[in-house]
Ligand binder design. Structure first.
Ligand SMILES: [Zn+2]
Length: 143
């Protein structure tokens, strides 16, 4: 019985993210049961991130706004985190709001990492000890 290979460790490459903080998306855009992705960087010429399932409404304390509790099937000790709606992109439905953001992120990010196969983590997100997913822009505005 062989173990599955460990997931590749992302290369950490700090890159600003001007798009996510400017996103105009409501809390009600998402609902429990949706499959979403939190974009974190690029890999092999595509956007890269963590796919998660929306579980329930939950207060996002870093921004003092309504957020969503998410379940990350590969999250290990932090399987449940709370994120702001701005951080989420629908995987389960193709809606115009999320597609516009996705396209903008592709246009912005992919030319920077066009020829790399490695996973690049742009360092936009951290998770607090209380399981709150914080975007770098959230952290700035909250201090
Ligand atoms: Zn959407």
């Amino acid at each position: 019985m062989s173990q599955p290979p460990p997931p590749p460790t992302p290369v950490f490459t700090p890159t600003p993210d001007p798009l996510t903080p400017d996103r105009d998306i409501t809390h009600a855009h998402f609902q429990a049961g949706d499959t979403v992705v939190v974009l974190k960087g690029a890999a092999g010429g595509e956007l890269w991130g963590d796919a998660m399932r929306v579980v329930a409404p939950s207060w996002h304390t870093p921004t003092d706004e309504d957020g969503w509790r998410l379940r990350d099937a590969t999250g290990g000790a932090q399987s449940y985190i709370t994120a702001h709606p701005r951080s989420l992109v629908h995987l389960s439905r193709r809606c115009p709001d999320c597609l516009i953001y996705l396209r903008a992120m592709e246009d912005y990010l992919l030319p920077k990492y066009a020829d790399g196969e490695a996973i690049v983590d742009c360092g936009w997100y951290t998770t607090t000890a209380l399981g709150q997913l914080v975007h770098v822009a959230d952290a700035r505005s909250g201090s």
